[in-house]
Write a protein that binds this ligand. Structure first.
Ligand code: 13P
Ligand code: SF4
Length: 306
């Protein structure tokens, strides 16, 4: 590690302390960012944990909807994202206007929206879900028909676990959706004893090959508890850093080295330092939208886990 890098890290920690800022990093961030963060995890868990601290500033190293989620649950805190252009392709596939039209063509049908969505889309939804609780949330609605947005693959996954009719928005994550059966087959041939873990954003044909289907935090939990020694990981490759760090005695292999979310790699130590210095760019949600979006998040939190 060069002296300049060490100095950069010291400056970041000093600035965070001076400004009473908490640094959050999503599981897909580059290793240097994950290592310097106060907390790492999935988007919603990070927002909720940060809301319980007395920090004045939340620095969200992740993508835009994640910083918005932090602002929804912590309106009194200043939420910043080091690179304002770090968006999520999936979240960008559905606008509030498109959702209003979809709702109008299915009156009275409840809308379940994945957290990978804008605050405006959440505000138009009845309830939010994560990739970890989507099945429970849909069942909880007790409705024969449910609209699910924006991820068609998560909707497919839920469809397999309920008798409810699911009307899915045709959005997807380009990085998860592009994972092919052939790529997973190749990984399986190389590591025949490995447990295959897949994220529900993967296509159904890949899900069929997986031994376990989990959110990023679910994969971390599973890998820790499992007796298996080798794992093929079908999600964004950033997760491998945490998996390796938490389980040095186990081996983790990417299902495909092409699963790299370009949005998640935009933030580096330089951008993090600059954002702490200028306390921006700020991500905030207009209060009327925030209140409605918060209701959808709170409803989700009231759903009992199985
Ligand atoms: P998790 O909520 O499982 O961390 O996933 C977030 C995400 O962006 C997946 O692509
Ligand atoms: Fe969005 Fe996909 Fe990137 Fe996750 S991996 S932030 S769903 S584009």
């Amino acid at each position: 590690m060069s002296k300049e890098r060490e100095e950069l890290k010291r400056q970041i920690r000093r600035l965070a302390k001076e400004k009473n800022a908490i640094i959050l990093a999503h599981n897909y961030q580059v290793p240097e960012i994950q290592d310097i963060a106060d907390l790492t995890g999935d988007s919603l868990a990070l927002s909720i944990q940060a809301s319980k601290t007395d920090a004045d500033i939340i620095v969200f190293c992740g993508v835009h909807f994640m910083a918005e989620a932090a602002s929804i649950v912590s309106p009194e805190k200043r939420v910043i994202i080091p690179v304002i252009g770090a968006g999520c392709d999936m979240a960008d596939m559905l606008t509030a206007e498109q959702l209003r039209k979809l709702k109008a063509s299915h009156p009275g049908v409840p809308v379940v929206t994945y957290v990978n969505s804008s605050a405006e889309v959440k505000a138009e939804s009845d309830i939010c879900c994560t990739s970890a609780n989507a099945v429970q949330v849909v069942k909880w609605t007790r409705s024969g028909r449910v609209i699910m947005t924006p991820d068609r693959n998560l909707a497919d996954w839920v469809r397999r676990h309920t008798r409810q009719e699911i009307i899915a928005w045709d959005g997807y994550c380009p990085y998860h959706d592009a994972l092919t059966v052939e790529a997973v087959e190749l990984a399986r041939l190389s590591y025949p004893n490995a447990v295959i873990m897949a994220h529900p954003e993967c296509p159904a044909a890949v899900i069929d090959m997986a031994h376990v289907v989990r959110s990023t935090s679910g994969m971390l939990e599973y890998a820790k508890k499992s007796d298996a020694e080798e794992f093929i990981v079908a999600t964004e490759i950033g997760l491998l850093h945490t998996l390796n760090r938490q389980n040095p005695e186990k081996r983790f292999y990417p299902a495909s080295s092409e699963m790299v979310c370009k949005n998640m790699k935009l933030i580096g130590l330089e951008q993090l330092r600059a954002s702490l210095e200028r306390e921006g760019p700020v991500v905030s949600v207009p209060e009327d939208i925030r209140i409605k979006a918060m209701k959808a998040v709170e409803r989700m939190m009231s759903v009992p886990r199985d």
